[in-house]
Design a protein around this ligand. Structure first.
Ligand code: NAD
Ligand code: UDP
Length: 338
């Protein structure tokens, strides 16, 4: 298929472009490079041995999208572009609503105009809020998002549902990601956060590489097996392959479908720390800190629907994720900066 990937220079986007190119799809990437670097796409090209058509376009720029869509005829759009820092979204809510919600509406308008009515959207498990039933199935009711970032995912999902309701030519797949970590096995692409990492794995790898003295573990008094928060970590390459599988639903004219992309396993913060230490033969010093505001105790998926409908399930385990995260960080101590 001919696929438009928005935000394709980012962490999940770049890994997905690898999997798309490796399975014979034809990819055009747009990204405004607000949270990524073009070198990531050069590395992708080295992995796949295929060139990438890249355009520096902001998804809020209707005219630029219009011109691009005049030039190419796409079978599907995979939409990653968005701002994703939870804390920053609390400080700058308007930026998040403008970029994520406004940008998505502009993108949908442009796609609609050019009759490209197939889209796969990066949603998040955060739309479940503090889940009442674990593991979480797609039928679980959505919950209260505690921050503007999560709200943008919830709102975009609802906009897409309304669009599909009013025009059944649209095929829309909402993928609710759990916690992507890891990196491509080459160690040449990976997660490259700006400043102090918000997420657990990049923080751990920065401790391992000597950039930070110790990990702060946010809370050890949750009702979990060791008191620390439990999440469903998924290898980013598995997640990327989930998008390739989701194209099948689009091809089958699915209407609107929602899939969890997770492994179905829950691991605590200390499980991750100890697995990382074991597989990489390293020590990660940590200190217990108070709970982080807005965190839920436990969040992991039931991923049966994706297996049944798409034939997709995660292949990599936590050891693989810890090994590959470290392989990326140790080969690129400063991320994509030389
Ligand atoms: P990322 O920041 O690495 O990638 C997002 C990309 O979008 C970046 O390259 C950025 O430059 C680009 N972008 C942002 N705003 C843009 C705009 N207006 N126009 C064009 N490009 C723009 O993030 P990621 O981790 O790869 O996440 C990809 C998507 O998945 C995001 O929508 C994110 O919210 C969602 N998601 C991520 C996670 C996670 O833990 N990483 C979990 C759930 C959902
Ligand atoms: N976490 C932590 N220290 C950190 C970052 C995260 O203890 O420096 C914990 C966090 O409280 C949660 C888990 O690790 O229990 C996963 O957090 P992350 O921010 O990676 O993902 P999310 O909150 O989106 O699930």
């Amino acid at each position: 298929m001919k696929i438009l990937v928005t935000g394709g220079a980012g962490y999940i986007g770049s890994h997905t472009v690898v999997e798309l190119q490796n399975t014979g799809h034809n990819v055009v990437v747009i990204d405004n490079l607000s949270n990524s670097k073009e070198i990531a796409l050069q590395r992708v090209s080295q992995i796949t041995n295929k060139p990438i058509d890249f355009y520096n376009i902001d998804i809020r720029d209707f005219n630029a999208l219009d011109k691009l869509l005049d030039k190419y005829s796409f079978d599907c759009c995979i939409h990653f572009a968005g701002l994703k820092a939870v804390g920053e979204s609390v400080q700058k809510p308007l930026d998040y609503y403008d970029n994520n919600v406004g940008g998505t509406v502009t993108l949908l308008r442009a796609l609609n105009k050019h009759n490209c009515k197939n889209i796969i959207f990066s949603s998040s498990a955060c739309v479940y809020g503090n889940p009442k039933i674990i593991p979480i199935t797609e039928e679980c009711p959505k919950g209260l998002c505690t921050n503007p970032y999560g709200q943008t995912k919830h709102i975009i999902e609802e906009i897409m549902k309304d669009l599909q309701k009013c025009d059944s030519d649209w095929n829309i797949v909402l993928l609710r990601y759990f916690n992507p970590i890891g990196a491509h096995k080459s160690g040449t692409i990976g997660e490259d956060p700006n400043g102090i990492p918000n997420n657990l794995m990049p923080f751990i790898t920065q401790v391992a590489v000597g950039k930070r003295p110790e990990l702060n573990v946010f809370g050890d008094d949750y009702d979990t097996h060791d008191g620390t928060g439990v999440r469903d970590y998924i290898h980013v390459v598995d997640l990327a392959r989930g998008h390739v599988s989701a194209l099948k639903a689009i091809e089958n004219k699915c209407g609107l479908e929602i899939f969890n992309l997770g492994t179905g396993n829950g691991y605590s913060v200390l499980d991750v720390v100890h697995t990382f230490e074991k597989v990489n033969n390293l020590k990660i010093p940590y200190v217990i800190k108070p709970r982080r505001a807005g965190d839920v105790p436990t969040c992991y998926s039931n991923a049966d629907k994706a297996k049944k409908v798409l034939g997709w399930s995660a292949q990599f385990n936590l050891e693989d994720m810890c090994r590959d995260s470290w392989n990326w960080q140790k080969n690129n101590p400063n991320g994509y900066d030389e």
